[in-house]
Design a protein. Structure first.
Length: 274
């Protein structure tokens, strides 16, 4: 898929900082209504598998529904900002929940053996129809993506303070960091619920891939210093610490910090006393 700057809406630094803090990015109703109607038919029929590691331009044929979904300006710009041009397709899946069917999925992180501190995969989740509270949707825990657990170690927890139970309009696309704790909810409505996801692997270093013109906007620090209700203030220092490390990698600014969280911990003076 050829990425052209005039057909992509790149993320801003503030939006990128929000993703680093929250572990997700939500684009409400970015897919047109006529595409959503087509999408329901495509997902009901199934999307053929592609081999792991297939470049995105080879995974989905020119003109196909998925290709056109990924070429929408806001979707293409967000994807490029997060993982760069021509990422690999790790895998994709169509998730279907029948009316009054299924059970709540255990809270988990995907492939959490992946503990890279300086890189990440993203998962695109596409919702072709309005998702109501009764339909279930995807539950996620903002800011949990950098708190390392093993797959479904969090599955024992049914509800966490500050969790986000997705309710969204048709055509919404959500990007998740691969470590974000999440789980599908059961469908208590009379409507079949569809969701399509793709996991992408970056092929370039994830450094300054977005619109950095606002890199020094004070709101960047505000986003990175966000507090989430599922942890106490003191334990939230770990989240801030890991966010700072990731932001340093993404920006190439090895001196970036918030209130000296990383500076004091990495302090290794080399000077010796005479």
């Amino acid at each position: 898929m050829e990425n052209r700057e005039d057909t992509e809406v790149l993320l801003s630094s503030v939006e990128m900082a929000r993703f680093v803090a929250r572990g997700s990015l939500r684009l409400d109703a970015v897919v047109p209504a006529e595409m959503n109607s087509e999408g329901l038919e495509v997902l009901a029929a199934g999307v053929p598998d592609v081999p792991y590691g297939t470049p995105v331009s080879e995974a989905y044929a020119d003109g196909s529904f998925v290709r056109r979904l990924l070429e929408l300006p806001q979707v293409a710009g967000a994807l490029r900002s997060l993982v760069g041009p021509e990422p690999w397709v790790d895998h994709h899946a169509v998730h279907i929940r029948e009316p009054h069917g299924g059970s709540a999925q255990a809270l988990h992180g995907d492939a959490i053996i992946d503990v890279r501190p300086d890189a990440f995969d993203v998962q695109l989740m596409y919702y072709p129809q309005d998702v109501t509270l009764e339909m279930g949707g995807t539950l996620s825990v903002p800011g949990s993506h950098l708190r390392r657990t093993n797959e479904s170690d969090t599955g024992r927890y049914q509800n966490l303070r500050g969790q986000d139970r997705l309710v969204c309009p048709a055509g919404t696309v959500v990007f998740l960091h691969h470590g974000l704790w999440h789980g599908g909810r059961r469908n208590d409505s009379d409507t079949v619920r569809y969701m399509f996801k793709i996991r992408f692997n970056p092929r370039v270093r994830q450094r300054r891939l977005w619109d950095t013109s606002d890199l020094h906007d004070p709101q960047v620090n505000t986003e990175l210093d966000a507090v989430f209700p599922w942890y106490e203030w003191a334990t939230g220092r770990l989240e801030r610490y890991n966010r700072i490390l990731l932001w340093r990698e993404l920006t190439g600014d090895a001196g970036y910090d918030l209130d000296h969280w990383v500076t004091r911990v990495t302090n290794r003076p080399e000077e010796t006393m005479a």
